[in-house]
Design a protein around this ligand. Structure first.
Ligand SMILES: Nc1ncnc2c1ncn2[C@@H]1O[C@H](COP(=O)(O)OP(=O)(O)O)[C@@H](O)[C@H]1O
Ligand SMILES: [Mg+2]
Length: 279
């Protein structure tokens, strides 16, 4: 690539310690990372390795015990409410359980309308707002006319997660943190969600940080992969480097855990992950 790659989120020595004394847990232990604009970056690790804690620090929901986070090249300062709100214009998240990050008494069109209002569309004529909601729904292949007046609990898990992506489509953050967004939905919807993450990257240029415990999924979608073990990054590199030439024992172990039977991924050197054709 000839154009200069822009660093959008990076960290130095980022650490999170819960508790103290004998009850101390170092959930994230002195990690460095550099995430570039327009990439889809996967963070792969087993349950308990510190992935969600890192995501919460990146989002500013949990304080950082030690280290620094840089956003768009500048040291992040979100101590004031105003700064934090501004930061959230640029960075948003979707979580494992799409129902949990949702007011279940809010109708679906209200949820989408809130996103438009939050992005300065409060005074738009209603016709324009409906057009925008329609576009957001069609981005994730949901029918807006069937969504209006429904409540979240009337949708399936897969539909809910698509709706969360429709929200992101309207909010247009620079960076989307996706914390195991496919792990609570059926296998059939899983690939679809990944495809929408790729679509956000490719059509909008969003930077996506995708958290998973599944190495196969990471390879399918990623530009680069960070491997996390017990709070540390043990290895990182391009998806091909990590899969074809893993260095850390832990990475090799994760690769061994990918089911081999009917394995849809064929690891060859010259193919981009998005071209696997797996669905
Ligand atoms: N609020 C908390 N208080 C105490 N310990 C926590 C808290 N959140 C997470 N942990 C601990 O931090 C470690 C990493 O957890 P987590 O970030 O949720 O891992 P992952 O998302 O990779 O499964 C675990 O040992 C977990 O028990
Ligand atoms: Mg987690």
């Amino acid at each position: 690539m000839s154009e200069k790659r822009q660093l959008c989120l990076s960290g130095k020595g980022v650490t999170k310690v819960f508790g103290h004394g004998r009850k101390k847990t170092v959930a994230v232990n002195n990690v460095d990372f550099e995430f570039y604009s327009g990439d889809l970056i996967s963070i792969v690790g087993e349950s308990g390795s510190g992935k969600t804690t890192l995501i919460k620090m990146l989002l500013g929901l949990t304080s950082v015990t030690d280290g620094e986070i840089f956003f768009m090249g500048k040291k992040r300062d979100i101590r004031s409410r105003k700064n934090k709100k501004e930061y959230w214009n640029g960075i948003q998240a979707i979580f494992q359980d799409p129902y949990s990050s949702y007011n279940i008494f809010s109708k679906i069109d209200t949820v989408l309308l809130d996103c438009i209002n939050m992005r300065g569309g409060r005074r738009f004529p209603i016709k324009k707002k409906i057009e925008m909601m329609r576009e957001a729904c069609s981005f994730v292949n949901l029918k807006f006319d069937e969504m209006t007046n429904k409540y979240p609990f009337e949708l399936s898990g897969g539909q809910m997660q698509r709706l969360m992506i429709a929200r992101i489509f309207l909010l247009r953050p620079k960076i989307l943190l996706a914390d195991e967004p496919t792990s609570m939905i059926d296998a059939c919807s899983r690939a679809t969600i990944l495809d929408y993450l790729l679509k956000l990257r490719d059509e909008i240029g969003m930077t996506i940080i995708f958290i998973t415990h599944d190495m196969g999924l990471a390879y399918y979608v990623s530009d680069s992969v960070y491997i996390m073990e017990r709070g540390k990054f043990v290895e990182y590199g391009s998806a091909n480097e990590i899969i074809l030439n893993p260095k850390a024992d832990y990475t090799k172990q994760l690769l061994d855990d990918i089911p081999k039977i009917n394995n849809p991924w064929e690891f060859s050197r010259n193919r981009r992950p998005a071209e696997t054709g797996a669905s």
